[in-house]
Design a binder for this molecule. Structure first.
Ligand SMILES: O=P(O)(O)OC[C@H]1O[C@H](OP(=O)(O)OP(=O)(O)O)[C@H](O)[C@@H]1O
Ligand code: HPA
Ligand SMILES: [Mg+2]
Length: 183
């Protein structure tokens, strides 16, 4: 697929590469301050959070440890099934740890509300959420999110880790998918 084909699949760009990086730097500075003097474990949610996890980790100045979980609720469509499956669990024991879940997007909120409760049941000192993007109009459950990169409209978006049927994850920016692609 050449770059012209990718552009034709997008309706509009919602967040450029530069805007993403600038926002991550701001939030990383906030996180460094908030967790000063405490050990932090950042948990990336595969596969979508790969890009933001890598950029956030490098923007943080404090020591952090990293672990990964893979969950899936979307399959190959554009609607959450509401059923969250653990595909890969953490390797870290969370007992007494300060945990920050790192996500690419909160859409319905179903994935994170399930995941937060799941991690809280493992005895950590705290569990907070970082998401790069959030769709306030799509929320089906309320979640307390400590760090939000950007609120976006209720449209299906791709890029920067976000996929449609596993495609577009490698784009450096985030754009809304043109309806002709999934209609
Ligand atoms: O708020 P929600 O409506 O639950 O949607 C958000 C979740 O859906 C996507 O993951 P997906 O399950 O598609 O897996 P992926 O990260 O491997 O793409 C996204 O990365 C979030 O994890
Ligand atoms: O808008 C989205 N795009 C890609 N993956 C997603 N998972 C939840 N919402 C989205
Ligand atoms: Mg995901």
């Amino acid at each position: 697929m050449d770059s012209q084909d990718v552009q034709a699949d997008l309706k509009e760009i919602l967040c450029t590469k530069e805007q993403i990086q600038e926002r991550i730097e701001e939030l990383a500075a906030q996180i460094d301050k908030d967790y000063e003097g405490r050990d932090l474990l950042i948990v990336g949610v595969l596969k979508g959070a790969v890009m933001v996890m890598a950029d956030l980790a490098r923007a943080l100045h404090s020591h952090v440890t990293m672990d990964w979980m893979a969950v899936s609720s979307y399959g190959s469509g554009t609607q959450s099934s509401g059923v969250v499956r653990i595909i890969k669990d953490l390797e870290t024991d969370l007992m007494g740890k300060h945990v920050l879940i790192v996500e690419d997007i909160i859409d319905s909120g179903l994935t994170l509300s399930w995941l937060k409760a799941n991690l809280e049941s493992r005895g950590p000192a705290s569990v907070e959420i970082f998401t790069m993007f959030r769709k306030p109009e799509a929320a089906k459950v309320e979640i307390d999110v400590k760090y939000v990169g950007k609120d976006i409209p209720n449209e299906f978006v791709v890029g920067y880790g976000l996929d449609y049927a596993e495609k577009y994850r490698n784009l450096g920016f985030v754009g809304s998918l043109a309806p002709h692609v999934y209609a």
